[in-house]
Unconditional design. Structure first.
Length: 189
């Protein structure tokens, strides 16, 4: 249990709990407001993220920033963005079960410090890890599910939207639902 982000970040940056530590350029800890009410979680860093040390940069990141902007959210202001695994899986493959298991505690500690009211899972890997192992993004995207004190919602991964333009309208609707939920919960942005 960590008291603050400085200690958590320091220990996380030294992590060698799984083999992804051997191939990373940079560990990608997370970015955003450490007291945000909304936390976004993806699966893991890709090539650009590994090079820059920040989650969701490059084309997919730009698309995410656009969706955030539409509903008055901003990674530099009122959300936090992190991943299930902090180091890039080679060739952008899905993080293995063992890698996710080794890494998930860092996200748990981040979540304890941030204390978000809403967690948005970006893509299947994050939704299956945080919401339900059988979560199907195409069927269950946009639905809010309460677990403990936190509302969870799963939606499309921005990289998947770049490959499948047809899902962009559904993703936008999910973000608009999120905006409604933020209003309903009277969350100050
Ligand atoms: S992916 Fe996670 S568990 Fe593996 S080395 Fe990186 S920080 Fe540690």
């Amino acid at each position: 249990m960590y008291e603050n982000f400085t200690e958590l970040r320091k220990d996380c940056f030294a992590c060698q709990k799984c083999p992804l530590s051997e191939t990373r350029t940079n560990l990608v800890f997370g970015v955003g407001n450490e007291t945000a009410d909304i936390l976004f979680v993806g699966e893991g860093p890709g090539e650009n993220e590994d090079l820059q040390g920040e989650p969701f940069v490059g084309k997919a990141g730009k698309l995410l920033d656009k969706y955030l902007e539409v509903i008055d959210l901003d990674r530099n202001k009122n959300v936090y963005i992190a991943n299930i695994v902090k180091c890039r899986p080679p060739q952008n493959r899905d993080p293995l079960e063992d890698e996710q298991e080794a890494c998930i505690n860092w996200l748990r500690e981040q979540t304890k410090l941030i204390k978000p009211k809403i967690i948005v899972c970006l893509g299947r890997i994050a939704a299956q890890r945080l919401i339900s192992p059988d979560f199907k993004v195409t069927r269950q995207h946009g639905q809010f599910i309460k677990k403990g004190n936190i509302l969870f919602m799963g939606t499309f991964h921005p990289a998947a939207l770049l490959r499948n333009e047809a899902q962009k309208a559904d993703a936008l609707a999910d973000f608009q639902n999120l905006r409604e939920k933020i209003k309903e919960l009277e969350i100050k942005l």
